[in-house]
Design a protein around this ligand. Structure first.
Ligand code: NAD
Length: 487
């Protein structure tokens, strides 16, 4: 299995190699086989790409919104035309089942480019009348923005950051996760083919040090990170040296609350989607599933039955529903959490073990795992695991579950399952979270703002809200009379 790109980086409209950069090998998580050998960027390349992006940004910003939008929409069409090919590479890069990547990765990137392509022409200021004078405002691009990605949704993350930035007239530099560097290069290639001027969107590879160099670079005006909370703190610290604007999409330990009146099969389906999709490697997952006591045992029993039917195996087989974790290191980390759950007294309902699959000896497979009788103080109820491990916790009262759901430093997402409309809205309003769902879980259409509160993040991606995070507002006072000066 091979997925070697033409070169490691895509800058100024061309593939580019840095043979002297640190080696960056890419492995297929299902087998451990090396599928591509790349090199990290060098500090010199970072300076060069920033300079080229700065030079390219001015011309891009001078185009009308309609002209910019047309390029993004064309790119969306090109992505859709290559969906099967890109999805296969995304599966090789991440290990996620093809069944998922075919509908959730490149497809979501295309939706995002189409959406921001559509609204690029609608980015406007406003006019404020002040008697004979008036003020008008201009929404201007920030300049050069940079994005740093995580490994769970490589192409989607690149598009969610770049599309609003480009629509608003910024240039963009993206550094994918060192674990999943491949599909952002395809995005760069496609944007160029769609007519994006050279230098406006660039991809450079690298480890944390290259991310840190971007965060601190004086030639970059904004940094947007998708990653863990500790990395978020470091990136904000580095950005603070030049007072850069930041968007932070970080980790979570989100609550999903199931009331006794809910449609139980729907609630179980939501909980499974919110814990097992992408082998549990989703930041917004509802990893603390609070279930009201009257339906608790029935919920756990049906959940076990349905979880044990999940088809795990060859990610490229279209029937496979769950692939491996991103790496053996991630699998070891998840297994350590599972051991802590057992040690601390949670009831293991199903899973809990690594899986050895025939023909996939080096694969980071793990059985989807459910713990019941989890208490709030257990490690598995407090820390983000980033694997297919669901914690189910019983509760008795609405006010009690709200307090327990909010007792976390995170605040990315939350969900409520109930047939009681008033309660659904009341409980959602009381939860400290940025992205929430009623009677479903983890749907993230580009039309809806996405992001967290508390330590889960700053700023929002998607929707019109993202445009505000990639523009600055200038107010222009226009006088019509003589200057009234006492001097
Ligand atoms: P990570 O924090 O280890 O790495 C994220 C990115 O930051 C990588 O590209 C890495 O190279 C880079 N990086 C590392 N150190 C850096 C530094 N000092 N300065 C600048 N960049 C640095 O995260 P990960 O393990 O790749 O991804 C998993 C985490 O991401 C989880 O916590 C998950 O919840 C979070 N996540 C959040 C969202 C969201 O939208 N909120 C989405 C996906 C993942």
């Amino acid at each position: 299995m091979q997925a070697q790109p033409r070169a490691s980086h895509h800058i100024n409209g061309q593939f580019h190699e840095t043979p002297d950069g640190a080696p960056l090998d890419v492995s297929y998580p299902a087998t451990g086989d090396i599928i591509a050998r790349l090199h990290a960027a060098t500090p010199e390349l970072v300076d060069r790409v920033v300079a080229e992006a700065r030079a390219a940004q001015k011309g891009w910003a001078r185009l009308t919104g309609s002209e910019r939008g047309r390029v993004l929409r064309r790119a969306a069409d090109l992505i859709r035309a290559r969906n099967a090919e890109i999805s296969r590479i995304e599966t090789l890069d991440t290990g996620k089942a093809l069944q998922e990547t075919l509908v959730a990765d490149a497809a979501s990137a295309a939706d995002c480019l189409e959406y921001f392509g559509g609204i690029a022409a609608a980015i406007t200021g406003e006019t404020v009348n002040l008697g004979d004078d008036f003020v008008y405002t201009r929404r201007e691009p920030l300049g050069v923005c940079a994005g740093i990605g995580a490994w769970n949704y490589p192409m989607q993350i690149a598009a969610w950051k770049a599309a609003p930035a480009l629509a608003a007239g910024n240039a963009f530099i993206f550094k994918p996760s060192e674990m999943t560097p491949l599909t952002a290069l395809i995005l760069a290639e496609i944007l160029c083919e769609a007519g994006l001027p050279n230098g406006v969107f660039n991809v450079i590879q690298g480890f944390g040090d290259i991310g840190a160099a971007l965060a601190a670079h004086p030639g970059i005006d904004k940094i947007s990170l998708t990653g863990s909370v500790p990395t978020g703190s470091k990136v904000m610290g580095a950005a603070a040296t030049t007072l850069k604007d930041v968007t932070m999409e970080l980790g979570g330990k989100s609550p999903l609350i199931v009331f006794a009146d809910a449609d139980l099969e729907d609630a179980i389906g939501g909980a499974m989607l919110g814990n097992f999709y992408s082998t549990g490697q989703i930041c917004s997952n509802g990893t603390r599933v609070f279930v009201e006591k009257p339906v608790y045992e029935r919920f756990v029993e049906r959940l076990q039955t349905r979880t044990e039917k999940i088809r795990i195996g060859d990610p490229l087989d279209p029937d496979t529903q769950m692939g491996p974790l991103i790496s053996m290191a991630q699998r070891d980390k998840v297994l350590d959490y599972i051991a802590s759950g057992q040690r601390e007294g949670a009831r293991l309902i199903t899973g809990g073990t690594p899986l050895e699959l025939q023909g996939f000896a080096g694969g980071a497979f793990i059985a989807p795992t459910v713990f019941a009788d989890v208490t709030d103080d257990m490690t598995i109820a407090r820390e983000e695991i980033f694997g297919p491990v669901m914690a189910v916790l019983p509760f008795a009262e609405e006010s009690e579950v709200i307090d327990r759901a909010n007792a976390t430093p995170y605040g990315l997402a939350a969900g409520v399952f109930t047939r009681d409309l008033a309660r659904a809205h009341r409980v959602i309003a009381a939860l400290d979270a940025g992205t929430t769902w009623i009677n479903t879980y983890n749907l993230t259409p580009v039309e809806a703002p996405f992001g967290g509160v508390k330590r889960s993040g700053i700023g929002r991606e998607n929707s019109m809200a993202a445009i505000n995070h990639y523009t600055r507002l200038k107010s222009v006072y226009v006088a019509s009379g003589p200057v009234d000066s006492p001097y």
